[in-house]
Design a protein around this ligand. Sequence first.
Ligand SMILES: NC(=O)c1ccc[n+]([C@@H]2O[C@H](COP(=O)([O-])OP(=O)(O)OC[C@H]3O[C@@H](n4cnc5c(N)ncnc54)[C@H](OP(=O)(O)O)[C@@H]3O)[C@@H](O)[C@H]2O)c1
Length: 260
Amino acid sequence: MASTTRTIGFVGTGEIAEAIILGLRHGGNTQPIVVSPRSAGRSASLAAELADVAVATSNQAVLDESNIVVLSVLPPQVPDVVATLDWSSVDHLHSVVAGLAVADLSSLITDPPPVSRSIPMPPNRWGLGPIPLHPDDPTPRAMLEQIGTVIAVGDESMFDVFTGGSALMGTFFEFAAVSAGWMEKQGLDGDDAAAYVAGLFRSLATQASELNGVELAVQPESCLTPGGLNEQVLRGMTDAGFRDAVRAQLDAILARIRGS
Ligand SMILES: NC(=O)c1ccc[n+]([C@@H]2O[C@H](COP(=O)([O-])OP(=O)(O)OC[C@H]3O[C@@H](n4cnc5c(N)ncnc54)[C@H](OP(=O)(O)O)[C@@H]3O)[C@@H](O)[C@H]2O)c1
């Protein structure tokens, strides 16, 4: 039988599981947490450094000791991991596996518990960032609200659209890294360049967060000084195919998620 103390279990103790666990503790959460034994170094570190985090002896032991189980393995690993387990004691299965529909995950399990999915991201370790959740359910919501701003998404096809947007993380960091690297190449200290770019992007993201959809759509043009430096770069990037490239990649992500 599952514990009555609302233990959170993790099957898959990788990057995103660690971010969620750190985010929970960062926000003051004290619920017992049990993690699966794979990624032994990371699991052991989390258990050593955080109160009430334990490493289970097996994936089945995670399920047996937890009320809500967060599935955080890689997509190709899911069928083998979930199908061999007995989920009967688990109240809720919450998946962070990218691109895996609720019905498809449920179909891998005999008599599955309620299933939900979300898109946490690494900054949730500091309680920062939006977390799309489908379907809206009080059990995962209570957990996720401790590490970020939950966006309830009723329509799973719209959840796919959020998944597409979340795939821009690497491109964001590449944009920042190329920008800071260029500044360093001109002679600036590398750390100073990184700090400047990060601070600039953080301030611009704050400004963007004040805009509604219509305002954001025109912001790239409305922030420009006619004939100015920003205008020159934006025109050059547009001529180089920047906008079309972003849209094409997002289209490709959506097609991949939807298997079309
Ligand atoms: N990273 C992100 O920013 C992010 C954001 C949103 C969603 N996601 C999703 O989160 C999931 C995990 O991503 P990640 O970046 O955290 O990947 P990751 O760091 O590679 O973590 C995967 C974890 O699963 C473990 N694992 C593999 N086979 C297992 C098994 N049979 N039983 C138990 N654990 C097993 C791995 O252990 P070993 O190391 O021992 O193989 C590792 O700890 C993915 O489905 C991804 O789509 C990730």
